[in-house]
Ligand binder design. Structure first.
Ligand SMILES: Cc1ncc(COP(=O)(O)O)c(C=O)c1O
Length: 327
């Protein structure tokens, strides 16, 4: 294969050696991350594995039957016969998936789920979305509104990613060491103008420990901040405490905020059903006064706008004036 050079001489394409540029910036990081994944994949059987069969709590990957300790179906609902048998009637009535944009319409089932979640949590308003990833990516930027996000260094990656989206929209992002309330307070004191959002996990996915919610909430309230808590692993597992309870997990599984006896004042609780409830659904529970914020179609694209007029997302800041315990 050949072509003519500017001087008209024939060039052999195979003889032209491309100048190799060393990857830099995002390319270098991308290659590094992939090299790490390839190493992990070669050394660990449960990376990007394909499960071909499930038999109770045993799974088959290739020719190997394994005991499954990797799933987060904490309540075992994924294989519950009563739940499985309950599904076909809904499928017949509603079809497999409502493909309206939620800006246009939602099946009334969504309203029912949100109402039940509201009751269970004791929160003023609950907005359901398919995944927690979507919630962090859309709610954190709305809450931050160009202000400051202060994120626990061990918050889940999806929370961090939501904060990065917010940074792309003008927010400032700072991190504090895991659980370090003193450092958080120092950062809050020097934070710039505008809303402040503190982000952290609820029940930690690795340790099972809750954060020191009382301390972080006190700081949030003192500094006019909102505390965004991702309780993916607490919802459905820990819940409100009752006199004479038999289990230290509490009851009703209504999440880390109720478990620790706090109100939703200054807290935005995000959690999901994909762990304990084995269902693809997540929700955000809004603090008192911010109901309108969650229904603001221009900023949260999954919300419904038909019966509710669009309002400013800044209404989130109204919640900071609500007295503690006013849920
Ligand atoms: C703490 C935490 N937050 C968020 C997520 C993401 O949840 P989803 O799959 O609903 O986006 C996970 C999932 O592993 C998680 O463990």
């Amino acid at each position: 294969m050949s072509q003519r050079s500017e001087s008209g001489r024939r060039l052999d394409r195979r003889a032209v050696t491309p100048v190799r540029q060393e990857p830099r910036g995002w390319q270098a990081r991308w290659l590094d991350a992939n090299a790490e994944l390839v190493r992990l994949q070669a050394s660990h059987p449960l990376v990007d594995a394909v499960v071909e069969e499930v038999d109770g709590r045993r799974i088959r990957i290739g020719d190997h039957w394994l005991d499954d300790f990797a799933s987060c179906n904490y309540l075992g609902f994924d294989l519950d016969p009563e739940i499985i048998e309950g599904i076909p009637a809904y499928l017949r009535r509603w079809g497999t998936h409502p493909s309206w944009s939620r800006m246009l319409a939602s099946p009334s089932l969504y309203e029912r789920i949100e109402a039940e979640l509201r009751d269970l949590l004791g929160a003023e308003d609950v907005l359901a979305m398919p995944t927690l990833t979507l919630i962090s990516g859309s709610v954190i930027p709305v809450l931050a509104a160009g202000g400051t996000i202060l994120i626990d260094s061990r918050a889940h990656k999806t929370v961090y990613d939501g904060a990065v989206v917010a940074r792309g929209q003008g927010a400032t992002l700072t991190r504090f060491p895991h659980g370090d309330a003193d450092e958080l307070e120092r950062q809050l004191r020097v934070a710039g103008p505008g809303p402040r959002v503190i982000c952290m996990d609820g029940i930690n996915s690795m340790t099972g420990n809750p954060p020191d919610l009382a301390t972080f909430l006190r700081l949030a309230r003192e500094h006019g901040a909102v505390l965004y808590v991702d309780d993916a692993h607490g919802f459905g597992v820990v819940g409100e405490r009752t006199a004479g309870e038999l289990s230290p997990y509490g009851s009703r599984g209504n999440g880390v905020v109720r478990h620790l006896g706090e109100s939703y004042d200054s807290i935005v609780l995000a959690a999901g059903l994909s762990k304990a409830y084995s269902a693809l659904l997540a929700f955000v529970a809004c603090p008192p006064g911010s109901r309108r914020c969650s229904r603001s179609p221009p900023r949260l694209t999954c919300t419904r706008g038909r019966r509710r007029s669009p309002r400013s997302p800044r209404c989130c800041s109204a919640s900071r004036r609500t007295p503690a315990g006013a849920t």
